[in-house]
Design a protein around this ligand. Structure first.
Ligand SMILES: O=C(O)CCC(=O)C(=O)O
Ligand SMILES: [Fe+2]
Length: 256
């Protein structure tokens, strides 16, 4: 692990954890630049690009809740409004056992750090075969539409930045999923472009954390010849969670 996470990010130091946690609380997102070593990033980019032929590209529309539409509501109701996602990914079951991505994902110190920053006791992997570690591919014109994540929080690592576009935009704490609040009005306003959104800027090697279940977020279309490559490390607060079939069909093109 010592050669993957840069030592200036003192993940075992309680003061550092507290500082990161305060920043996540305040902003709804946390960016730790230079978290991963340049060597690790290079190795992961190489092994990811070697899988280019096997990338699954989503070409479908979905609502922001990543559910099937509700036919009892109108087509322009915020629950049913459709956004486009065209980015691609390789799924967990396409990532080799020896990959540094698994070393990081499984590392107890990294997991404790994440749990500490998120203010929870434990984090668990997904129980399905596709969701835990994903590498996202977005070349020119590809994007990820507005959505809320199924997981409470998201942990990402940028591998390769595009020349332009591919910007992560978000609105923190739009809904309160735990309380059953769907926030239709604010969702409608974000989709209409009438609510102000925030942008997170990060460079390759950055670790990014955000509360994706309640923050509405998207990635704008990529511009230029360089593919945006990003890893998503997905965890849950409880064991045994699988991604919904609807979301798996949308983003992986398969349910098994
Ligand atoms: O690509 C990103 O920066 C965010 C990815 C994301 O929101 C997701 O995978 O749910
Ligand atoms: Fe997301």
């Amino acid at each position: 692990m010592n050669d993957i996470i840069n030592a200036n990010h003192r993940i075992k130091d309680p003061d550092y954890v507290a500082q990161c946690r305060a920043q996540l609380e305040a902003d709804g997102a946390l960016v730790l630049d230079g978290f991963f070593s340049a060597d690790a990033i290079e190795q992961i980019v190489t092994e990811s690009l070697a899988q280019s032929e096997h990338v699954f590209y989503a070409g479908s529309t979905h609502n922001v809740y990543l559910t099937e539409p509700n036919p009892d509501l109108s087509k322009d109701h915020p629950f049913n409004r459709q956004v486009l996602s065209t980015k691609g990914l390789i799924a967990d079951d396409q990532i080799s056992f020896g990959s540094p991505l698994r070393t990081v994902y499984d590392d107890p110190a990294f997991r404790s750090f994440l749990a500490g920053v998120l203010g929870i006791n434990h984090i668990y992997p997904y129980a399905d075969h596709v969701s835990s570690i994903n590498v996202h591919f977005a070349d020119a014109g590809r994007e990820l539409g507005w959505h809320f994540d199924n997981s409470a929080f998201a942990v990402t690592m940028l591998l390769q930045a595009p020349a332009a576009g591919g910007v992560f935009e978000y609105v923190p704490a739009v809904r309160d999923a735990e309380a059953g609040d769907m926030a239709f009005e604010r969702v409608g306003a974000v989709l209409d472009g009438t609510e102000e959104v925030q942008r997170l800027h990060f460079t390759p090697g950055a670790l990014v954390l955000f509360r994706g279940r309640n923050a509405l977020h998207r990635v704008t279309p990529v511009e230029g010849d360089t593919t945006r490559l990003l890893v998503v490390f997905a965890y849950n607060e409880e064991p045994g969670i699988t991604l919904s079939e609807s979301a798996r069909t949308t983003f992986y093109g398969r349910t098994a």
